[in-house]
Structure formats: structure tokens, C-alpha cells
Design a protein around this ligand. Structure first.
Ligand code: ZN
Ligand code: ZN
Length: 205
């Protein structure tokens, strides 16, 4: 009887181990072959934030062309925080949805009011601007939740320059340059989608 229980316990432990192992292998895309071209992936691309089952491994080049397509077709406005090393994800969050889910945080209302005050033309090329770029000096893997809780104005804008308006092409150009020159990788990258205003933020769960 006791031996049966011990054996059952062992079987249970092995099953849990295999399940966790398989799950972590399917969820962490960095280092796998790019799902588009086969080169080594430094990123995972996700259609929606936290849709971890459907993350596609991507190399920088394929990720950037996907982001160009996504940012160009997005019809809302988004505040985009410059990529920062540390947090595992770089994802779009629709502001109103965020506010409904996390009522105690300030970022959603802060983003909507910053977007209201955004100038209409791209700082870099003069075309119509839909993105508001905020630099990320000081943000890292340990403190990203301060920005979510207390807002952009209260945290990031205290130590970074004034936000600047950008068009889709110039915005993705800046993201690409930062990912490349700072050698930043993200297990999950998710673009603005549809027409809801929101924010793109380096974060973790
Ligand atoms: Zn690729
Ligand atoms: Zn531009």
C-alpha cells in the first residue's frame, strides 16, 4: 500500500516536471529559429499581450518588418516608451481596458491626457503623428511597475526629455535603432492594434 502511494507520488512529480518543462519551452522564444526566416530569434512576437501560447520566435529583421506593418495600420494613438533593457516584455496595452482591469494604477489616465496634448506633426519628418515617444532613462527590470502604478508624468518624465510626436515610420525606426544598438531582447513584443488609444511599455507580469 505504502509503496503504491510512493510510486503514485513519483509518477505525479514526473508528470508535473514534464508539463512545466514543456510549457517553459513553448513559451520562451529567444534562441529558437525565427518563424519567418529561420535565423536565430532574439524576440517573441505576440498578437495580443499575454497570449503566451501563440508567441512566434522572430529575428530582429523580421520583427522590425512586422512592427512597421502593425504601426502603419494602427488607426488609434499610442504613447510609446523607448525600449529599455531588463523587463521581459515590450507590449501594447489599450488604455481603457487597462484602467478597467487595474483601477488603482495611474498610467492609463496619464497616457490619455498626454495623448490629448500631442502636437499633430511628426518631430522627425513632419507627417501626421500618431505616436508619442517618451525616453526611458532610469527604467529597468526592477522598477517598471512604478511607471505603471504612478504614471509616466510622475516617474519617467521627471528624468527624461519632453515627449515628442512621431509618425509610424519614424517611431518604428527609433525602436529598431534602440533594440539594435543597446542589444535589447524581449521574450514578448506586441504592437498597437485596431483603433483604441493606449501605450507601449517595457514590463513584466
Ligand atoms: Zn527572421
Ligand atoms: Zn515621421
Amino acid at each position: 500500500m505504502e509503496i503504491t502511494l510512493v510510486l503514485l507520488g513519483l509518477v505525479f512529480i514526473v508528470v508535473v516536471y514534464l508539463f512545466v518543462k514543456r510549457k517553459s519551452e513553448t513559451e520562451w522564444p529567444v534562441g529558437k529559429p525565427c518563424s519567418v526566416c529561420g535565423a536565430e530569434a532574439g524576440y517573441g512576437y505576440d498578437r495580443y499581450a499575454e497570449d503566451l501560447e501563440n508567441i512566434k520566435p522572430m529575428c530582429l529583421k523580421c520583427l522590425i518588418s512586422q512592427l512597421q506593418q502593425d504601426y502603419e495600420t494602427f488607426t488609434g494613438r499610442a504613447l510609446v516608451i523607448q525600449p529599455a533593457a531588463g523587463p521581459p516584455s515590450y507590449v501594447f496595452q489599450p488604455a481603457k481596458e487597462w484602467r478597467n482591469n487595474f483601477k488603482d494604477t495611474k498610467i492609463a489616465d496619464d497616457v490619455l491626457s498626454l495623448l490629448e496634448g500631442m502636437e499633430p506633426n511628426c518631430h522627425d519628418c513632419g507627417q501626421k503623428a500618431s505616436f508619442l515617444w517618451v525616453e526611458s532613462k532610469g527604467l529597468n527590470g526592477d522598477n517598471f511597475s512604478d511607471t505603471l502604478d504612478k504614471g509616466i508624468s510622475e516617474i519617467l518624465l521627471k528624468r527624461n526629455p519632453k515627449p515628442i510626436p512621431l509618425c509610424a515610420r519614424c517611431c518604428v525606426g527609433r525602436i529598431a535603432k534602440d533594440l539594435q544598438t543597446e542589444h535589447i531582447t524581449y521574450g514578448e513584443v506586441c504592437s498597437p492594434k485596431g483603433s483604441a488609444d493606449g501605450f507601449v511599455v517595457p514590463m513584466g507580469y
